[in-house]
Ligand binder design. Structure first.
Ligand code: ADP
Ligand code: MG
Length: 727
């Protein structure tokens, strides 16, 4: 058991604030907050394995913190080194470095190849991969097409990322080139605090396999043919960030939330691991992909170092305190690192051994450098085939699992149907209950076939681990596919204040799909009762629904009746409208025939007048004219009504003109009648007082005029009646 090695690095200040009242002071392996005049602020002092001040270089850090882990990895121990800290505190600078001061990754790679070149009694196979965790998705930085990769675990390989491209490498230069190509694919973004802020966690992974050179053939498992396989993770975390400070929005905000959330899960894992063994309960590795991948490095089979980077500026004081708290808790975490030796085909080196030997034989006497390249190429091709095979195996496994799931589902459904039908027929459900209980056992048996137990040799030394000691079968909830419930700024506070989040409320781990079996303490009788009440409830609801349906049907019949009635009314109205439309035409015809009759009557009457100049003749003429005017007025009114759209002011004025003419005509007729009457009475006095003819004529004249006036009145009344009727 050994503690995680924790160091703090203070980055040089970016801007020298004049107004700052406090500063961080580094003394040996301690860091404390001081007031400007020099007195320390109590309770803000921390001690770690190493504390590096702003003048230290990446080389110092590598030598003191990481070198041992790298050397141990070459010897067969798993190793992990990661940088943790707020945005812009110098994590990427520490891991990647600059051209003047290469970072930990570059130094480690150089060191690995230097060391394996010195070790003459073992042969090595080194392969590297580079991945990033961006918004809780694992992407391959060596192959952009490999996105959203999944994490798997088995006894032979432990926890691994399926489908991740691995490249076999022969020297440090090759690795540097690969790293450069991978860097291009990494997610960066600009924030207020860092123009090139890493928006993802990156894991550079080196798998080192080695085997003693003096061993026998690979065909038989002799005492010294074990292969050491160690995994080295060099991790550059994305920085925890306060959204308000980094000034991020949109995509950056979303990224920030994911970053904060996964760092919070990392903090929670560290918190749980730092508790005493007794208090340790469930370690939430599966709550984020980062902690799941780093599981062996966190409290497992690995040598781990953490470099916590802090910014010295006073404005970052809260973040720095948060990082130091995280570092303090990490200091209490213990790991149990052991050399990993395997005898199974899981070691690539073993599988490739014969091929390489054959190639070597072929290459003897040829130009060594060119041929070494060829070997490397062939090795890489083989590795790619292996990966392909692995992918296919995964898919097959997935298929198999989904098939099983489907079968189980169908079985469940059948059981349910059986249960329900037995309930309906008032039968006993206990038999099906029994069959239901069998399923989980079956499931367990099936699951037992999923993995093959590898063949381990006896431990040559006490510290040598059998592969899989740390990698137990999945005992926890499955890894969430996505972080749907991303953290906000509160999360940041929780990370930095050492708050241990209630993981149940995080909702990051979806519950494993469980069989819908009744709980064990539920008896068949209880079930029977429950189903019966449910059945009764359903029946009651059915009755209600039927009633509602009947009511609706009745309403529908009523509606249909009303509709029919309305239809009848509409057709009647249509007929009436048709009649009304024809009415003006009919009236027009009647008026025309009436006019003809009128003119005929008057012409006949005129024939009885003896003299065209007599007052009777005049009267008749006037009446004829008045009548014509009246008829014309009527005709005009009717034709206006026939086509209302064509009604114009011109036609109205015509009617008014007719009216005027009519009243003038009436007036002149009356005047002429009065005049002729006066003249006749004078004649009567001067001439013969009693002339028979004359009297007859006068009598007839009076009566005709009264008749005509009466006739004209009727006609006028008739016209006005028609007008009101039409309009
Ligand atoms: P992070 O990865 O933590 O967000 P970076 O490593 O990108 O931060 O650092 C932010 C800036 O500070 C970069 O420009 C980097 O060069 C500079 N920087 C960080 N640490 C140091 C250091 N120890 N010495 C010199 N420059 C540094
Ligand atoms: Mg960075």
């Amino acid at each position: 058991m050994e503690k995680i090695c924790v160091a703090v690095r203070v980055r040089p200040p970016i801007c020298h604030e004049n107004s700052s009242s406090t500063f961080w002071r580094v003394d040996d392996n301690q860091i404390s907050l001081h007031k400007l005049h020099g007195s320390p602020i109590s309770c803000v002092s921390y001690a770690f394995d190493h504390v590096f001040d702003e003048n230290c270089s990446n080389s110092d850090i590598y030598e003191l913190l990481t070198k041992d882990i790298i050397h141990a990895a070459v010897d067969g121990f798993n190793g992990t080194s990661f940088a943790y800290g707020q945005t812009s505190s110098g994590k990427t600078f520490t891991m990647n470095g600059s051209s003047n001061d290469p970072g930990i990754i570059h130094r480690a790679v150089n060191d690995i190849f230097q060391k394996i070149n010195i070790i003459s009694d073992r042969e090595f196979l080194i392969r590297v991969s580079y991945m990033e965790i961006y918004n809780e998705e694992i992407n391959d930085l060596f192959a952009v097409e490999n996105q959203k990769l999944q994490i798997h675990e088995n006894l032979e390989r432990g926890i691994f990322v399926a489908g991740l491209r691995e490249e076999i490498v022969n020297n440090a230069e090759q690795v540097m080139k690969l790293l450069e190509s991978g860097e291009v694919n990494r997610h960066f973004g600009e924030t207020n605090m860092n123009a090139r802020s890493s928006r993802s966690h990156t894991i550079f992974r080196v798998v080192i396999e080695s085997k003693g050179k003096d061993t026998g053939s690979f065909g038989d498992y002799s005492s010294s043919d074990a292969i050491r396989v160690s995994v080295l993770n060099l991790v550059d975390l994305a920085g925890s960030e306060r959204i308000a400070k980094t000034g991020t929005g949109g995509v950056r905000l979303k990224e920030g939330k994911y970053i904060n959330k996964s760092l919070m899960v990392l903090g929670n894992v560290i918190n749980k691991l730092s508790d005493s063994a007794k208090q340790r309960a469930h370690i939430p590795y599966r709550d984020s992909k980062l902690t799941r991948i780093l599981q062996p490095a966190l409290g497992g089979n690995a040598k781990t170092s953490i470099i916590c980077t802090v910014a010295p500026e006073e404005i970052h004081i809260e973040e720095t305190k948060g990082t130091l708290l995280f570092a303090s808790r990490a200091k209490r975490v213990t790991n149990c690192a052991q050399v990993n030796e395997v005898l199974t085909d899981a070691a690539l080196l073993k599988r490739q051994k014969l091929e390489i030997e054959e190639l070597r034989r072929k290459l003897q006497g040829s130009h060594a450098e060119v041929l070494e390249q060829e070997i490397l190429k062939l090795r890489n091709d083989m590795l790619q085939y292996e990966l392909e095979r692995e992918k296919l195996e995964m898919e097959l496994e997935k298929e198999r699992r989904s098939h099983k799931e489907r079968d189980r589902y169908i079985r469940d459904q059948l059981m349910m149907i059986e249960n329900l039908s037995s309930l309906v027929s008032d039968g006993d459900g206990s038999s099906s209950q029994g069959s239901m209980k069998e399923s989980p056992i079956e499931e367990c048996n099936n699951r037992g076939d999923d993995f093959k137990t590898p063949c381990f040799r006896a431990a040559p030394k006490a510290f040598v681990a059998k592969r899989s000691n740390y990698s137990q079968l999945p005992d926890l909830s499955p890894l969430p596919d996505s972080f749907s419930d991303v953290a906000d700024e509160d999360t940041w506070f929780k990370i930095n204040k050492g708050y241990i989040a209630d993981l149940d409320s995080l909702q990051t781990t979806p519950a494993r799909k469980v069989q819908s079996f009744p709980p064990e303490d539920v008896t068949p009788n209880y079930l029977n009762k429950k189903y019966k009440t449910e059945l009764q409830n359903l029946k009651r609801r059915l009755e209600l629904v039927t009633e509602e349906k009947n009511e609706l049907q009745r309403k529908l019949a009523e509606d249909i009746e009303v509709k029919d009635r309305l239809k009848g009314d509409i057709s009647k109205l249509k007929q009436e409208a048709l009649l009304a439309r024809e009415m003006p035409q009919r009236l027009c015809d009647s008026v025309t025939s009436f006019k003809d009759t009128y003119e005929e009557v008057l012409s006949k009457m005129q024939r009885y007048t003896f003299d065209g100049k007599s007052s009777t003749a005049k009267l008749l003429r006037c009446i004829c004219e008045i009548g014509s005017i009246l008829f014309s007025t009527m005709e005009t009114s009717i034709s206006n009504t026939t086509d209302r759209h064509k009604l114009s002011s011109g036609n109205d004025s015509l009617i008014q003109e007719y009216n005027k003419m009519l009243s003038e005509k009436l007036k002149s007729t009356i005047t002429s009648l009065i005049l002729s009457e006066t003249a006749s009475s004078e004649d009567k006095q001067t001439k013969t007082p009693c002339s028979c003819n004359f009297e007859v004529a006068a009598w007839s004249r009076y009566h005709v005029s009264i008749l005509v006036l009466f006739f004209v009145m009727i006609l006028g009344y008739f016209v006005s009646f028609f007008r009101t009727l039409i309009f």
